[in-house]
Write a protein that binds this ligand. Structure first.
Ligand code: F6P
Length: 323
């Protein structure tokens, strides 16, 4: 009897529940048992494991968050922590694990595989969409739509008052959310970690815009932008352009919550299903990705020392068509 564990790790993302459901039901379909590990790697170290039957995952497809809870486990960074986690799994006869999470969670999964021979498959779940090998990660589409609907509302009040709004979206290392919410909302300037901005020409452009009576300016900043986020940018702008009417909105964790979009539900279902099928086919040390609409099973090693690149030509396009 195969025993398959599943956990969610790192920042939660809408659609993680849909992935858990798919993992559980696909396992049961193949006659395997499915075990949910609570609070990510931390729960694995502390042996918080519960068997999941089909009703345990009923009515969760449409819910944000994760029924298994999640954590960023510091203890799992240590060899001893990982050894304890592997020991707990082995004692319960759980021989394989589906890890739903981001880049950091995949690195942990890789170590569990290499150091302790636990069979692992990664399912990319993060609103940041920054995992190499997959066009989309679970949660990104929902977070993008949440950001867009909030920014549309901000634009209305910005326009009513002829104000400049600087909106900060999530993304510590990646600017996908910033770039694509900026394109979707017609932002005049988008600041992302992947691109070094010429701050002087930005100030000049804002000044010119105001001279030509373009009073509403929407500026989107990724939280991880090198300038230091929306607040810092606003302070700088006020210094450079006296009497400027600017306001800051930090969208924050609102982008992580909410019912997953249909795109995320389908993506999560397909990825969770493929993760279990891959494990049962004897594949391990791999992640599931989607490329051009097709599910791919890719070795973790393909990610070694490489980062997913943001398509920067889109940034140029965004600037041109928002003038
Ligand atoms: O899940 C990714 C992410 O939302 C990043 O965009 C953000 O920088 C980070 O998580 C915030 O993490 P936390 O909720 O732990 O503060």
């Amino acid at each position: 009897m195969n025993k398959i564990g599943v956990l969610t790790s790192g920042g939660d993302a809408p659609g993680m529940n849909a992935a858990i459901r798919a993992v559980c039901r696909t396992s049961l379909h193949h006659g395997a048992e499915c075990y949910g590990i609570m609070r990510g790697y931390q729960g694995l170290i502390e042996n918080e494991v519960k068997q999941l039957d089909t009703t345990a995952v009923a009515n969760i497809l449409q819910r944000g968050g994760t029924i298994l809870k999640t954590a960023r486990s510091k203890a799992f960074f240590d060899k001893e922590g990982r050894a304890q986690a592997a020991k707990n799994l082995k004692e319960q006869g759980i021989d394989s694990l589906v890890v739903i999470g981001g880049d950091g969670s995949f690195k942990g999964a890789q170590k569990l595989f290499k150091e302790h021979n636990i069979k692992v498959i990664g399912v990319p779940g993060t609103i940041d969409n920054d995992i190499l090998g997959t066009d989309l990660t679970i949660g990104y589409d929902t977070a993008l739509n949440t950001a867009v609907s909030a920014i549309d509302k901000i634009r209305e009040t910005a326009e009513a008052h002829d104000r400049i709004f600087i909106v900060e979206v999530m993304g510590r290392d990646a600017g996908y959310l910033a770039l694509n919410s900026g394109i979707s909302c017609g932002a005049q300037h988008i600041f992302i970690p992947e691109l070094q901005e010429n701050i002087e020409s930005f100030v000049n452009e804002v000044t010119d815009d105001r001279k030509r009576k373009k009073q509403t300016n929407l500026i989107i900043v990724a939280e991880g932008d090198e300038f230091g986020g929306a607040q810092k940018l606003n302070e700088y702008l006020i210094e450079q352009i006296p009497n400027i009417q600017s306001r800051v909105t930090i969208l924050g964790h609102i982008q992580r919550g909410g019912s997953p979009s249909a795109t995320d539900r389908i993506l999560a279902s397909r990825m969770g299903y493929s993760a279990v099928n891959s494990l049962l086919d004897g594949i391990s040390g791999h992640m599931i990705g989607i490329q051009g609409g097709e599910i791919k099973v890719l070795p973790f090693d393909q990610m070694k020392d490489r980062k997913k690149e943001n398509p920067l030509d889109l940034s140029e396009m965004a600037m041109i068509i928002s003038k």
